[in-house]
Design a protein around this ligand. Structure first.
Ligand code: PBG
Length: 325
């Protein structure tokens, strides 16, 4: 039906009309907020490359989690940067370690809040890789998977409401599922970072999580940004292995992948608006080059429109304030 019969502007003429025909709505309950935990007490150390984001000691993380829960946030994602780092990733396996302690403290302070635990080796290894390194300097898949499953069990026992492996080793979802099931934790969901790309947008996070690789890069395990079909294979494999939710990460540069994943599987799809996506907006807004609130809402709306049911974002508490609970 061509012009002049068809006039698309009719339903755009006022905010009442625009609200009436709006197709996509952000919800506070669908936002997940990451927390960075560091050793000590009373620590609130600003992450320079991420204005408004802090490295928090366990006590402060529990307090901050309570604050954001009061603002309507229902789910947090915990990352830990333990002091002790070694080849075995011992800190991540320790029931009294930083991540396990943080999970317990946050659950104790806010029992209603869902606490997801990021499961990876990079924050606890001396080399900063997400798996074990061989003598030849490669990343060994199967021994890494065995350790990752133990890490997931440690966090689940500490009370995590979900474990979220972000390492990108093959077969880790099945190994984690099997170990949890065998350990009386069949009810703990696995959120798989299924399509995680080797992205330049993780830079600020590596400052916050103190997890930059000491040598090389992550391209032998994280995905090539050029590949979308491969993402569908990764996602389907993880769903078959027992993933309860799957993730695409980063979000903004991968909207086509989010859409294809949404259409390919039935589990909830999570998208992670990563540190670099956050910092770009913060940096431009600080210079007055863009309107922060409008830019944040536009990026999150785009990610949701592309097919993400849930979004992990460092903007989550701010957005909760704008949207209401
Ligand atoms: C660790 C991990 C990373 C992120 C989440 N988990 C960094 C990486 O893979 O190097 C990135 C999150 C962000 O940039 O906000 N495996």
């Amino acid at each position: 039906m061509p012009f002049p019969k068809h006039r698309a502007r009719r339903t755009r003429q006022s905010e009442a009309w625009r609200a009436l025909v709006r197709e996509t709505h952000l919800r506070t309950a669908a936002l997940i907020y990451p927390l960075f935990v560091v050793p000590g007490r009373g620590v609130r150390h600003p992450v320079e490359s991420m204005p408004g984001i802090f490295q928090l000691s366990v006590d402060e993380a529990a307090r901050h989690a309570r604050d954001v829960a009061a603002r309507g946030i229902r789910t947090v994602l915990v990352f830990a940067a333990p002091e002790h780092k070694d080849a075995a990733a011992s800190a991540a396996l320790d029931a009294q370690g930083l991540a396990a302690s943080a999970i317990r403290a946050i659950k104790e302070a806010s029992p209603q809040l869902l606490v997801w635990a990021d499961v990876c080796l990079c924050g606890a290894t001396d080399h900063g890789h997400c798996g074990h390194v061989t003598a030849a300097g490669t990343i060994d898949n199967d021994s890494s998977v065995a350790t990752l499953a133990q890490v997931a069990l440690n966090y689940a026992r500490a009370g995590a409401d979900a474990v979220a492996p972000s390492d990108m080793m093959d077969g880790r979802v099945a190994a984690i599922r099997a170990l949890l099931d065998a350990s009386g934790l069949a009810g703990t969901p696995v959120v798989s970072y299924a399509a995680k790309y080797a992205s330049s947008f993780y830079g600020p996070f590596r400052e916050a999580a103190e997890s930059a690789p000491a040598f090389g890069d992550r391209r032998s395990y994280q995905m090539d940004p050029a590949n979308a079909r491969e993402a569908l294979r990764e996602v389907r494999a993880d769903v078959e292995e027992g993933a309860d939710l799957v993730m695409v990460k980063p979000a903004g540069p991968y909207l086509d992948v989010i859409r294809q994943v949404r259409d390919a599987v039935q589990v909830p799809v999570v998208a992670y608006q990563v540190s670099g996506e956050f910092s770009l907006i913060k940096a431009a807004a600080a210079r007055g080059w863009i309107d922060e609130r409008a830019a944040v809402l536009e990026t999150l709306t785009g990610i949701h429109r592309a097919g993400a049911d849930l979004i992990i974002s460092y903007f989550a508490p701010e957005v909760a304030g704008w949207l209401g609970a």
